[in-house]
Ligand binder design. Sequence first.
Ligand SMILES: [Cu+2]
Length: 536
Amino acid sequence: MSPSVRTRRVRLIGASAFALLLLSSPVAAQSAAEPHDHSQHGPAQPSPPQQSPAQHNHSQHGASPEGQSAPPTSAPAPSGGAAHHHHTDHKADHRTEKKSKPSSKHGAHPTSHGAPSRTAHRGHGAPKPAAALHGGHGGTDHDGHGDHGMKGFLGPYPMMREGSGTSWLPDTTPHEGIMGKVGEWSTMWHAYLNLIYDNQGGPRGGEKTFVNGMVMGMAQRQFGDGTFGVRAMLAPDPFMGPSGYPLLLASGETADGKTHLIDRQHPHDLFMELAAIYSHKLSPNSSVFFYAGLPGEPALGPPTFMHRTSGVDNPEAPITHHWLDSTHITFGVLTAGLVLDNWKIEASAFRGREPDQYRFDIEAPKLDSASARLTWNPIRELSMQVSVGRIRSPESLNPDVNETRVTASATYTQPFGQDNLWSSTFAWGRKILSPGATLDGYLLETAVIFKKTYTLFARAERVAETELHEDVPGLDGRILTVNKLTVGGIYDFYRTEHVKFGIGGLVSTYALPSELTPVYGSNPTSGMVFARMKVM
Ligand SMILES: [Cu+2]
């Protein structure tokens, strides 16, 4: 067996093991999770179909999904406690609540409802007047909403707001995950895997079949006014090999420590995030938080593409990745921040150097770079951020170049009709290389999901580049602006409560300056077809 065949075989075995692990876990998770104890929800059980103000709405307390839809007299359905929550289904409830509740009551929810609690849902069991109970759940405190008590890691707000690292998404983000309870810990996990055939056109193109995706698990518990949580995110990407996959106009990082990856997307590291988070509630709507990750994501850029509703369904990485969210895997991150109602301000110290080409290891941390980010969620549907980072020696191949990165972005996520969702992100990122050029990147992406089954997505990007043509005689050192447009879709042909399978495809076209026509061909077109498994 030649070395390359052996490597390929090892990768295949690794990838299959990863897939098997994913497939077997939902079953394990469901059987391990504790059944949900409805008796702790106070005297109003079982609840009548029409929810009066005096009635306690189980669907808002982390009850299993049947709590919303079950007929009044039915016993709790044997869901095994693995609650799949459909947050968008509750939108109307929230709106009403928000208007009618004074925010000063929010803080009552997690710990102080008085009654000695038992296991799950402590704080909900008090036989208080129903109206008072209810009052503790309005406004910004939607935590515990269909999620077995898991709340925001960083502050007293719905967990749907949290994206990758310490970033925020709109509160209308559908949160898909399998919930569980282990002792005092609330747990959640979710995953997706794409099996992709990729064909990039033109002389710089190529083709490859590979697997990408991620699996993410988290656990959280309360200590009085404190919330402690841990989170792990893993990627199967390293099994595709160190040179990643063909992706025209993508640049950044290296496969061999000697040359840049050009027109290829680097694989993500096996460990994308291993982080611990502590937050302390200061008032019903404010908190301080601390985040430590090895690896982790510093407070810089929008939520990374695989965590934004507008971006996750497109299986290819954005070519603006290294303008916006490439720091999402950083070996060594410490972040401290403050949440004030719908505002968050935070600062990070982190390692500037990008991950090296060894994608299976954990690299040595360092705190030589810094960033700060201000985030504002003015309404439930919208999240906006501005951030700036000083990144020391990000590229191993150009160690003398430092980078200042400035980003601004807005994500808008709007549920509409029944089970439909529309999400869009606009982002701008500026790389100021010193010494070197100042380069802007723009991204506009959108996804529409009908009936949780049909997804249409599009992504338009524009990047000022120097790396793509650094080896082309005569073009070295020039700044050239390139554009890419991708449209695609997914049809999820099979769906159960926690798993869905879909097939999809996408096509990309480019607008390139005339200088690059000889390099890329006059009209390259690229495409991917893929199968996706999602565990949610
Ligand atoms: Cu990445």
